[in-house]
Design a protein around this ligand. Structure first.
Ligand SMILES: Cc1cc2nc3c(=O)[nH]c(=O)nc-3n(C[C@H](O)[C@H](O)[C@H](O)COP(=O)(O)OP(=O)(O)OC[C@H]3O[C@@H](n4cnc5c(N)ncnc54)[C@H](O)[C@@H]3O)c2cc1C
Length: 401
């Protein structure tokens, strides 16, 4: 197997890198460099810049605004974008909803929602998980009862990322509580979050940020034309979406950036009277991380090449390896960054407190987000299907155990 990039792919990487360098607004770049999460408006601004270039709808067909890239080009783009570091495209719109509508949506749904999703005119969120239905998603209970030309939705979702920023939510709902198999009574519904009866409540996570929410539905009226695919066939839609969700989940660019950032800061931080970068134990740790990053990069290339060779029709279960290894690397590299920061890796609220009390800033800018990023990334092995579940998939589908 030839794992080298072709000259065209090398040129493509250069093109992407210079476009990002020339077009990423400096303020957004600086926040990313210091490890801050992009704000809502930063994500919208950057996605619209990419969309104007024709680069937002990554994997969609050309007729619906996609750039017509190969899987390798998509991988290169994602890596360059993350390691810039630039805000990620909103995955709910681009990786999840878009391909689902292309595959299962009506013409009217495609025409209305796809361009708006690409340009982030609508911010989507994912209403799958419920209390008691996470890994075992098929046990979800949020009910949608058909009444004339509407469904009446009642129930609760949880861990709904960015629902407080969102305009719309794509939801899995139970339309047939009496189906012989739990999977057979589920439908995929598009819900406008401004509809009366929808309530979004924040969940504050360990890093002090508001990313997660609970979403409650009380007699929410949803027009039947918002059903995607057939009634009670939403499980196939969900499986298709979850397969796509794993694409790019390794977020290799983020780990690469973290290691680079740790090395930069280690030139400034001193230990035993010398810059930390000169410490032997530290250098060994960085070298190990760089080897792990390279190994994951090669594995990712192998998975993508095999996917391309197979005709690229459905996600390969081996991509679970990328989820497991990618998230382990994300967690390890954020730990490396935090260790480099040492006592400076303090949460941002301490700096905000200093500002409020007119005290001098505590610690350098580069330290402010180290601990929060480390804490938030503990969740990476849970979201997108936990790493234990990925191991089950590998056991069954790849090892045949
Ligand atoms: C930061 C974050 C963002 C999220 N965003 C969203 C979102 O936007 N939309 C959404 O719908 N959901 C979202 N989720 C929810 C996420 O999909 C679930 O947390 C995940 O699927 C696990 O479900 P659970 O939390 O109910 O845990 P459980 O399924 O109860 O699992 C608890 C533990 O048991 C293990 N376990 C469960 N079943 C098995 C098994 N069969 N074999 C071995 N081990 C098992 C799990 O690996 C885990 O360690 C998010 C979660 C997080 C942490």
């Amino acid at each position: 197997m030839d794992l080298r990039f072709t000259p065209e792919e090398v040129a493509f990487r250069e093109e992407v890198r210079s476009f990002i360098a020339e077009n990423l607004p400096p303020e957004i770049r600086e926040r990313g460099r210091l490890g801050y999460k992009p704000r809502k408006q930063d994500i919208i601004t950057w996605q619209r810049i990419l969309n104007a270039k024709g680069w937002a709808a990554l994997s969609w067909p050309k007729e619906w605004g996609g750039p017509g890239w190969t899987a390798i080009q998509r991988m290169i783009f994602l890596e360059e974008n993350l390691s810039a570091p630039a805000p990620e495209l909103l995955s709910f719109n681009i990786t999840m909803l878009g391909p689902v509508l292309v595959q299962f949506g009506t013409e009217a749904q495609k025409k209305h929602y796809l361009p708006r999703a690409a340009n982030l005119d609508d911010w989507w969120c994912q209403g799958f998980s419920e209390p008691g239905a996470g890994s075992d998603l098929a046990s979800l209970r949020t009910a949608a009862k058909r009444e004339g030309d509407h469904y009446i939705v009642n129930g609760q979702k949880i861990w709904t990322s960015t629902a407080h920023n969102a305009d719309w939510c794509f939801c899995l709902v139970r339309t047939n509580p009496n189906a012989a198999k739990r999977q057979e009574g589920i439908s995929f519904l598009l819900i406008d979050l401004k509809t009366p009866g929808v309530e979004v409540r924040p969940i504050i996570s360990i890093d002090g940020s508001h990313h997660l929410n609970e979403v409650f539905f009380t007699d929410v009226k949803v027009p039947v034309e918002n059903l995607v695919g057939e009634e009670n066939k939403g499980w196939s839609v969900a499986k298709y979406l979850l397969g796509n969700e794993r694409t790019g989940i390794a977020r290799l660019g983020t780990s690469k950036y973290a290691v680079r950032h740790a090395k930069e800061v280690a030139r400034e931080v001193r230990m035993n009277g010398k810059p930390l970068i000169e410490d032997r134990a530290f250098r060994v740790r960085v070298a190990q991380m760089e080897v792990d990053t390279k190994a994951l990069e090669i594995t990712q290339l192998r998975v993508v090449s095999a996917y391309v060779k197979s005709g690229g029709n459905k996600p390969d279960p081996i991509s679970s390896v990328l989820k497991i290894k990618g998230t382990e690397l994300l967690q390890n590299s954020s730990e490396l960054v935090m260790d480099v920061g040492g006592p400076q890796a303090m949460p941002v609220w301490q700096q905000e407190l200093a500002a409020l009390t007119n005290e001098p800033d505590i610690g350098p800018d580069w330290g402010a987000q180290m601990a929060p990023a480390y804490l938030m990334l503990r969740a990476a092995s849970i979201y997108g299907g936990t790493n234990e579940i990925q191991k089950n998939i590998l056991n069954k589908a790849v090892l045949g155990l």
